[in-house]
Design a protein around this ligand. Structure first.
Ligand SMILES: Nc1ncnc2c1ncn2[C@@H]1O[C@H](COP(=O)(O)OP(=O)(O)O)[C@@H](O)[C@H]1O
Ligand SMILES: [Mg+2]
Length: 220
């Protein structure tokens, strides 16, 4: 589903990733770890083409991301749900509207939107706060809204970059367990985190990045 083949990324004269290769199978959930500044976020950005690789080849499903036509980038991104550390929710809109937005920009009709938003909010156990403003909810609840927004359009791939960065340890584990449930339902998921507690005991594959390379592969 996701293939990195000898991918390098440089910022000016500074190397962030050097000859990185790995494969994520369809339906797999993996963790990318490593110290702050190791290049985890950069790796995620390469997948949804927020940054361009300087060398090597990246394939996501049927898309060759490195040679993709600019006009195909929106279609690539439709296959990818993104969960950021800082929630990036619209503070002036309800929970419902935050989740619905991803479908509205695709021109889906309101009846179908209602049904899909309701399903997504149910999966993250937030249907009861559909009409609330995200501002009035806890950090863990806000991150669950972000996850509902990422899954509502049923993407093949979910990227979660430090999804628990602002949360207390118990809430962080809840979020990881939620992502694991979503993975069981078939989504391919990559979680980038510097926090080893999040993957300990999960049994998932963990790739460690350090000094620009994948230095270790282990089991969480
Ligand atoms: N847009 C950018 N321009 C220049 N350097 C950058 C940019 N984004 C990230 N970097 C640098 O690339 C390195 C990796 O950053 P990042 O991918 O954010 O690491 P991580 O997510 O593992 O903390 C860091 O040294 C960071 O300063
Ligand atoms: Mg980062």
């Amino acid at each position: 589903m996701i293939v990195f083949d000898n991918v390098s990324k440089f910022y000016d004269y500074h190397t962030v990733l050097r000859s990185v290769s790995f494969t994520v199978e369809k339906g797999e959930m993996i963790f990318i770890t490593g110290p702050s500044g190791a290049g985890k976020s950069t790796l995620m950005k390469l997948i949804y083409k927020a940054e361009d690789a300087d060398e090597g080849e990246i394939t996501i499903g049927k898309y060759n991301v490195t040679s993709i036509k600019p006009s195909d980038i929106p279609y690539l991104r439709r296959n990818i749900g993104i969960v950021f550390q800082d929630f990036k929710l619209l503070r002036g809109s309800t929970v419902y509207d935050n989740v619905a937005l991803a479908l509205r920009i695709r021109g889906i009709n309101e009846k179908e939107i209602r049904q899909r938003v309701s399903e997504a909010l149910k999966k993250v156990n937030l249907r009861h706060v559909s009409d609330s403003n995200p501002k009035s909810l806890s950090g863990g609840e806000q991150q669950r809204i972000v996850i509902a927004r990422a899954i509502v359009a049923d993407p093949q791939v979910i990227l979660a970059d430090e999804p628990t960065g602002n949360l207390d340890p118990n809430t962080a584990i809840d979020i990881i367990n939620l992502l694991r449930d979503i993975n069981i339902n078939g989504s391919t998921i990559i979680v980038a985190t510097h926090n080893r507690e999040l993957f300990r005991g999960t049994g998932k594959r963990v790739l460690k990045i350090d000094s620009n390379r994948i230095v270790k592969e282990e089991q969480g």
